[in-house]
Design a protein around this ligand. Sequence first.
Ligand code: GUN
Length: 301
Amino acid sequence: MTATIINGNAVAAEIRNDCRERVKRIVARGATPPGLAVILVGSDPASEIYVRNKIRACRDVGIRSVEVRFPPDVNQRSVIERIGVLNDDPSIHGILVQLPLPPSFDIAKILHAISVEKDVDGFHLYNVGGLVAGGTVFPPCTPFGVVKLLEHERIPIEGKNVVVVGASNIVGKPMALMLMQHEATVSICHAKTRDLAQFTILADILIVAAGKPKLILPQMVRTGAVVIDVGINRLKDGTLVGDVDFDGVAAKASYITPVPGGVGPMTVSMLLYNTIGSCERRHQVTKPASTSDTNTLVAAK
Ligand code: GUN
Protein backbone atom coordinates (compact mmCIF):
# COMPACT_ATOMS: atom_id res chain seq x y z
CA MET A 1 0.00 0.00 0.00
CA THR A 2 1.20 3.53 -0.75
CA ALA A 3 -0.44 6.29 1.23
CA THR A 4 -2.31 9.25 -0.17
CA ILE A 5 -0.37 12.30 0.94
CA ILE A 6 -2.74 14.81 2.53
CA ASN A 7 -1.98 18.27 1.16
CA GLY A 8 -2.34 20.53 4.20
CA ASN A 9 -1.25 23.58 2.20
CA ALA A 10 -4.16 23.13 -0.21
CA VAL A 11 -6.78 22.53 2.50
CA ALA A 12 -5.45 25.46 4.55
CA ALA A 13 -5.64 27.69 1.44
CA GLU A 14 -9.29 26.66 0.90
CA ILE A 15 -10.11 27.63 4.47
CA ARG A 16 -8.30 30.94 4.01
CA ASN A 17 -10.31 31.69 0.87
CA ASP A 18 -13.45 31.07 2.88
CA CYS A 19 -12.09 33.34 5.66
CA ARG A 20 -11.44 36.11 3.13
CA GLU A 21 -15.05 35.95 1.92
CA ARG A 22 -16.37 36.04 5.52
CA VAL A 23 -14.29 39.15 6.27
CA LYS A 24 -15.59 40.79 3.07
CA ARG A 25 -19.17 40.11 4.18
CA ILE A 26 -18.52 41.65 7.62
CA VAL A 27 -16.94 44.75 6.07
CA ALA A 28 -19.72 45.05 3.45
CA ARG A 29 -22.21 45.35 6.31
CA GLY A 30 -20.24 48.33 7.60
CA ALA A 31 -19.24 46.44 10.76
CA THR A 32 -15.82 46.57 12.44
CA PRO A 33 -13.48 44.09 10.67
CA PRO A 34 -11.97 41.26 12.73
CA GLY A 35 -8.97 42.22 14.87
CA LEU A 36 -6.37 39.90 16.41
CA ALA A 37 -3.79 40.84 19.05
CA VAL A 38 -0.66 38.68 19.14
CA ILE A 39 1.47 38.97 22.27
CA LEU A 40 5.09 37.89 22.14
CA VAL A 41 7.30 37.92 25.24
CA GLY A 42 11.02 37.69 24.48
CA SER A 43 12.56 36.69 21.16
CA ASP A 44 12.49 32.89 20.93
CA PRO A 45 13.50 32.32 17.27
CA ALA A 46 10.76 29.73 16.57
CA SER A 47 8.11 31.94 18.20
CA GLU A 48 9.29 34.90 16.09
CA ILE A 49 8.65 32.84 12.94
CA TYR A 50 5.23 31.60 14.15
CA VAL A 51 4.17 35.14 15.06
CA ARG A 52 5.37 36.53 11.73
CA ASN A 53 3.39 33.82 9.89
CA LYS A 54 0.24 34.56 11.92
CA ILE A 55 0.49 38.32 11.24
CA ARG A 56 1.08 37.70 7.54
CA ALA A 57 -1.88 35.31 7.36
CA CYS A 58 -4.13 37.92 9.01
CA ARG A 59 -3.14 40.48 6.39
CA ASP A 60 -3.82 37.92 3.65
CA VAL A 61 -7.49 37.53 4.61
CA GLY A 62 -8.23 41.09 5.82
CA ILE A 63 -7.95 40.62 9.60
CA ARG A 64 -6.42 43.63 11.35
CA SER A 65 -3.57 42.43 13.55
CA VAL A 66 -1.81 44.12 16.43
CA GLU A 67 1.56 42.77 17.50
CA VAL A 68 2.38 43.44 21.15
CA ARG A 69 5.99 42.75 22.10
CA PHE A 70 7.55 42.61 25.54
CA PRO A 71 11.21 42.09 26.53
CA PRO A 72 11.96 38.68 28.15
CA ASP A 73 12.44 40.26 31.60
CA VAL A 74 9.07 42.07 31.59
CA ASN A 75 7.02 41.87 34.76
CA GLN A 76 4.14 39.39 34.43
CA ARG A 77 1.75 42.02 35.85
CA SER A 78 2.49 44.36 32.91
CA VAL A 79 1.50 41.62 30.46
CA ILE A 80 -1.73 40.90 32.37
CA GLU A 81 -2.55 44.62 32.45
CA ARG A 82 -2.06 44.83 28.71
CA ILE A 83 -4.32 41.81 28.20
CA GLY A 84 -6.94 43.67 30.26
CA VAL A 85 -6.74 46.66 27.91
CA LEU A 86 -7.12 44.36 24.87
CA ASN A 87 -10.07 42.58 26.55
CA ASP A 88 -11.87 45.96 26.72
CA ASP A 89 -10.98 47.02 23.17
CA PRO A 90 -14.03 46.47 20.90
CA SER A 91 -11.86 46.43 17.77
CA ILE A 92 -10.03 43.31 19.04
CA HIS A 93 -11.87 39.99 18.66
CA GLY A 94 -9.03 37.60 19.41
CA ILE A 95 -6.05 37.66 21.77
CA LEU A 96 -3.25 35.11 21.75
CA VAL A 97 -0.11 34.87 23.81
CA GLN A 98 2.56 33.02 21.91
CA LEU A 99 3.96 30.08 23.89
CA PRO A 100 6.37 29.20 25.37
CA LEU A 101 6.69 32.04 27.84
CA PRO A 102 9.91 32.69 29.82
CA PRO A 103 10.22 30.21 32.74
CA SER A 104 9.48 32.87 35.38
CA PHE A 105 5.92 33.26 34.05
CA ASP A 106 2.85 31.56 35.47
CA ILE A 107 1.34 30.46 32.14
CA ALA A 108 -2.07 29.64 33.64
CA LYS A 109 -2.36 33.14 35.13
CA ILE A 110 -1.55 34.73 31.78
CA LEU A 111 -3.90 32.52 29.77
CA HIS A 112 -6.76 32.95 32.23
CA ALA A 113 -6.45 36.75 32.01
CA ILE A 114 -7.70 36.55 28.41
CA SER A 115 -11.44 37.15 28.05
CA VAL A 116 -13.13 33.83 27.22
CA GLU A 117 -14.88 35.59 24.30
CA LYS A 118 -11.50 36.49 22.77
CA ASP A 119 -9.61 33.28 23.59
CA VAL A 120 -9.09 32.26 19.96
CA ASP A 121 -6.34 29.78 20.95
CA GLY A 122 -8.90 27.98 23.14
CA PHE A 123 -6.44 27.65 26.05
CA HIS A 124 -8.56 29.33 28.78
CA LEU A 125 -9.98 26.89 31.35
CA TYR A 126 -13.51 27.89 30.30
CA ASN A 127 -12.87 26.77 26.72
CA VAL A 128 -11.02 23.66 27.88
CA GLY A 129 -14.05 22.86 30.06
CA GLY A 130 -16.27 23.40 27.03
CA LEU A 131 -14.20 20.85 25.18
CA VAL A 132 -14.77 18.32 27.99
CA ALA A 133 -18.50 19.01 28.19
CA GLY A 134 -18.95 19.16 24.42
CA GLY A 135 -19.75 22.83 23.85
CA THR A 136 -16.48 24.63 23.33
CA VAL A 137 -16.50 28.09 21.77
CA PHE A 138 -12.95 28.11 20.43
CA PRO A 139 -11.45 24.71 19.61
CA PRO A 140 -7.63 24.88 19.95
CA CYS A 141 -6.19 25.56 16.49
CA THR A 142 -3.88 22.59 15.87
CA PRO A 143 -6.29 19.78 16.86
CA PHE A 144 -9.09 21.70 15.13
CA GLY A 145 -6.93 21.71 11.99
CA VAL A 146 -6.41 17.94 12.27
CA VAL A 147 -10.17 17.32 12.49
CA LYS A 148 -10.72 19.59 9.46
CA LEU A 149 -8.09 17.64 7.49
CA LEU A 150 -9.78 14.31 8.33
CA GLU A 151 -13.18 15.75 7.38
CA HIS A 152 -11.81 17.19 4.15
CA GLU A 153 -10.44 13.77 3.15
CA ARG A 154 -13.78 12.20 4.19
CA ILE A 155 -11.98 9.91 6.64
CA PRO A 156 -14.59 8.57 9.09
CA ILE A 157 -13.79 9.15 12.78
CA GLU A 158 -16.84 7.65 14.48
CA GLY A 159 -16.13 4.24 16.02
CA LYS A 160 -12.47 4.24 14.92
CA ASN A 161 -9.55 3.35 17.15
CA VAL A 162 -7.57 6.56 17.44
CA VAL A 163 -4.22 6.67 19.18
CA VAL A 164 -2.82 10.08 20.10
CA VAL A 165 0.91 10.10 20.91
CA GLY A 166 1.70 13.15 23.06
CA ALA A 167 -0.37 14.54 25.92
CA SER A 168 0.36 18.27 25.80
CA ASN A 169 -2.26 20.87 26.72
CA ILE A 170 -1.86 22.48 23.28
CA VAL A 171 -2.26 19.39 21.09
CA GLY A 172 -2.56 15.90 22.62
CA LYS A 173 -5.20 16.44 25.32
CA PRO A 174 -7.57 18.68 23.31
CA MET A 175 -7.07 16.39 20.30
CA ALA A 176 -8.23 13.39 22.32
CA LEU A 177 -11.27 15.26 23.65
CA MET A 178 -12.30 16.43 20.19
CA LEU A 179 -12.05 12.92 18.80
CA MET A 180 -14.12 11.60 21.70
CA GLN A 181 -16.78 14.15 20.71
CA HIS A 182 -16.64 12.54 17.28
CA GLU A 183 -17.29 9.19 18.98
CA ALA A 184 -13.89 7.63 18.33
CA THR A 185 -12.30 5.20 20.80
CA VAL A 186 -9.30 7.21 21.93
CA SER A 187 -6.04 6.17 23.64
CA ILE A 188 -3.49 8.76 24.70
CA CYS A 189 0.18 7.77 24.90
CA HIS A 190 2.93 9.94 26.34
CA ALA A 191 6.61 9.96 27.32
CA LYS A 192 6.00 7.45 30.14
CA THR A 193 4.00 4.97 28.05
CA ARG A 194 5.59 1.52 28.17
CA ASP A 195 5.92 -0.24 24.80
CA LEU A 196 4.43 2.49 22.61
CA ALA A 197 4.16 0.10 19.65
CA GLN A 198 1.56 -2.11 21.36
CA PHE A 199 -0.78 0.89 21.27
CA THR A 200 0.14 2.43 17.91
CA ILE A 201 -0.26 -0.88 16.07
CA LEU A 202 -3.97 -0.89 17.00
CA ALA A 203 -4.67 2.57 15.57
CA ASP A 204 -7.01 3.10 12.63
CA ILE A 205 -5.99 6.74 12.96
CA LEU A 206 -2.61 7.54 14.51
CA ILE A 207 -1.95 11.14 15.54
CA VAL A 208 1.59 11.95 16.65
CA ALA A 209 2.56 15.11 18.49
CA ALA A 210 5.59 14.17 20.54
CA GLY A 211 8.40 16.31 19.11
CA LYS A 212 10.74 13.35 18.43
CA PRO A 213 12.05 12.65 14.92
CA LYS A 214 11.45 9.08 13.68
CA LEU A 215 9.54 8.12 16.85
CA ILE A 216 7.06 6.23 14.67
CA LEU A 217 8.58 3.50 12.52
CA PRO A 218 6.77 1.37 9.91
CA GLN A 219 6.58 -1.70 12.16
CA MET A 220 4.58 0.35 14.69
CA VAL A 221 1.82 1.14 12.17
CA ARG A 222 -1.08 -1.04 11.04
CA THR A 223 -1.33 -1.53 7.26
CA GLY A 224 -3.93 0.92 5.96
CA ALA A 225 -3.84 3.23 9.00
CA VAL A 226 -4.29 7.00 8.66
CA VAL A 227 -1.19 8.75 10.04
CA ILE A 228 -1.27 12.41 11.05
CA ASP A 229 2.12 13.87 11.96
CA VAL A 230 1.90 17.00 14.11
CA GLY A 231 5.62 17.03 14.98
CA ILE A 232 7.90 19.80 13.75
CA ASN A 233 11.58 19.09 14.40
CA ARG A 234 14.56 20.90 12.94
CA LEU A 235 17.51 18.56 12.36
CA LYS A 236 21.15 19.64 12.71
CA ASP A 237 21.44 20.06 8.92
CA GLY A 238 18.49 22.50 9.00
CA THR A 239 15.85 20.17 7.50
CA LEU A 240 12.38 20.17 8.99
CA VAL A 241 10.93 16.75 9.81
CA GLY A 242 7.98 15.39 11.75
CA ASP A 243 7.80 12.58 14.33
CA VAL A 244 7.08 9.87 11.76
CA ASP A 245 9.54 8.02 9.52
CA PHE A 246 7.70 9.41 6.51
CA ASP A 247 9.06 7.22 3.68
CA GLY A 248 8.78 3.96 5.63
CA VAL A 249 5.31 4.66 7.03
CA ALA A 250 3.96 6.07 3.75
CA ALA A 251 4.56 2.64 2.20
CA LYS A 252 2.16 1.09 4.73
CA ALA A 253 -0.45 3.72 5.58
CA SER A 254 -3.58 4.65 3.62
CA TYR A 255 -3.19 8.39 4.29
CA ILE A 256 -0.29 10.40 5.71
CA THR A 257 0.47 14.07 6.32
CA PRO A 258 3.89 15.41 5.29
CA VAL A 259 6.10 17.76 7.32
CA PRO A 260 6.22 20.52 6.26
CA GLY A 261 2.96 21.08 4.39
CA GLY A 262 0.62 18.92 6.47
CA VAL A 263 -0.84 20.02 9.81
CA GLY A 264 1.35 23.16 10.16
CA PRO A 265 -0.49 25.43 7.70
CA MET A 266 -3.83 24.27 9.13
CA THR A 267 -2.99 25.68 12.58
CA VAL A 268 -2.73 29.22 11.22
CA SER A 269 -5.87 28.88 9.10
CA MET A 270 -7.88 27.71 12.12
CA LEU A 271 -6.62 30.73 14.09
CA LEU A 272 -8.04 32.98 11.36
CA TYR A 273 -11.25 30.92 11.38
CA ASN A 274 -11.64 31.31 15.17
CA THR A 275 -10.89 35.05 15.06
CA ILE A 276 -13.48 35.67 12.36
CA GLY A 277 -15.97 33.49 14.28
CA SER A 278 -15.42 35.68 17.34
CA CYS A 279 -15.99 38.84 15.29
CA GLU A 280 -19.16 37.42 13.72
CA ARG A 281 -20.51 36.52 17.18
CA ARG A 282 -19.73 40.02 18.42
CA HIS A 283 -21.74 41.54 15.56
CA GLN A 284 -24.78 39.46 16.43
CA VAL A 285 -27.26 40.14 19.22
CA THR A 286 -30.16 38.01 20.34
CA LYS A 287 -33.65 39.44 20.08
CA PRO A 288 -35.24 40.49 23.38
CA ALA A 289 -36.59 37.57 25.45
CA SER A 290 -40.17 38.77 24.95
CA THR A 291 -40.17 37.86 21.27
CA SER A 292 -41.36 34.39 20.29
CA ASP A 293 -38.17 33.34 18.53
CA THR A 294 -35.60 34.23 21.18
CA ASN A 295 -32.89 32.07 19.68
CA THR A 296 -32.86 33.91 16.37
CA LEU A 297 -29.71 35.89 15.86
CA VAL A 298 -30.08 39.28 14.23
CA ALA A 299 -27.27 41.33 12.72
CA ALA A 300 -26.07 44.45 14.49
CA LYS A 301 -23.05 46.69 14.09
N1 GUN B 1 3.12 27.67 20.64
C1 GUN B 1 3.08 26.52 19.93
N2 GUN B 1 1.84 26.32 19.42
C2 GUN B 1 1.10 27.37 19.82
C3 GUN B 1 -0.27 27.72 19.61
O1 GUN B 1 -1.05 27.03 18.95
N3 GUN B 1 -0.65 28.90 20.19
C4 GUN B 1 0.18 29.66 20.94
N4 GUN B 1 -0.30 30.78 21.47
N5 GUN B 1 1.45 29.35 21.14
C5 GUN B 1 1.91 28.21 20.59
